[in-house]
Design a protein around this ligand. Structure first.
Ligand code: GRF
Length: 193
């Protein structure tokens, strides 16, 4: 459980690599009066990430990191997060693996959203695998991040029924719509709201 101190919103960083539709939904959520978070920083692993436009349109600080050079990135990233008093990190379509040391440093303070009903379908290409296996439903999961991929404690899940005509694209789209609602809900939950 992350504790809310007084009535101040918790300074949050969102990490992205791509489109940033979850980032947009989190920004909108953060603007609500009863939201426990304020988004102070956007970190991207990719300088071409479409989601970076939201930094401009919502006037949020952004920083791009080359996550290949791990230890150096860790140092710079940790100091940037500290400088901005960040105490919650939301991974949203972030396609890089964070180092064990980084995760340890922010233990219990990093969340991720994954487009499957974990523990099923960890990793990439979830929708394709769900369809190949002819599952009846899939969904999305918000979970705490630990050092094993997509394996931290689940906070909330939402089930999505698979339709006969679904392709990985149509399924991804329907699940993504649910992700936009689930992430804010999960954040409220960890703050006991
Ligand atoms: C989402 O489906 C997320 O669960 C997955 O990648 C997608 C990112 O979408 N990890 P967006 O960048 O938030 O639009």
């Amino acid at each position: 459980m992350v504790l809310l101190v007084g009535s101040k919103k918790v300074k949050t960083a969102v990490f992205i690599s791509g489109t940033g539709s979850n980032l947009k939904s989190l920004i909108k959520f953060s603007k609500l009066k009863n939201s426990p978070i304020s988004i102070e920083l956007i970190v991207s692993s990719n300088n071409k990430a479409k989601g970076l436009i939201f930094a401009k349109s919502f006037k949020i600080k952004k920083k791009i990191f080359n996550f290949k050079k791990n230890t150096l990135v860790d140092k710079k990233l940790i100091s940037l997060l500290k400088k901005n008093n960040i105490s919650l990190i939301c991974l949203a379509g972030f396609m890089k693996i964070l180092s064990k040391e980084f995760i340890k440093k922010f233990k219990g303070k990093i969340l991720n959203i994954h487009p499957s009903l974990l523990p099923k379908y960890k990793g990439l290409n979830t929708h394709e695998r769900v369809l190949i296996n002819k599952d009846k439903y899939s969904g999305c999961t918000v979970h705490f991040v630990n050092s094993r991929l997509d394996s931290g404690k689940t906070i909330l899940q939402k089930r999505v029924i698979i339709r006969k005509k679904d392709t990985s694209k149509t399924l991804a789209k329907r699940i993504l719509m649910q992700e936009h609602k689930l992430y804010p809900k999960a954040i409220k939950k960890i703050f006991n709201l």
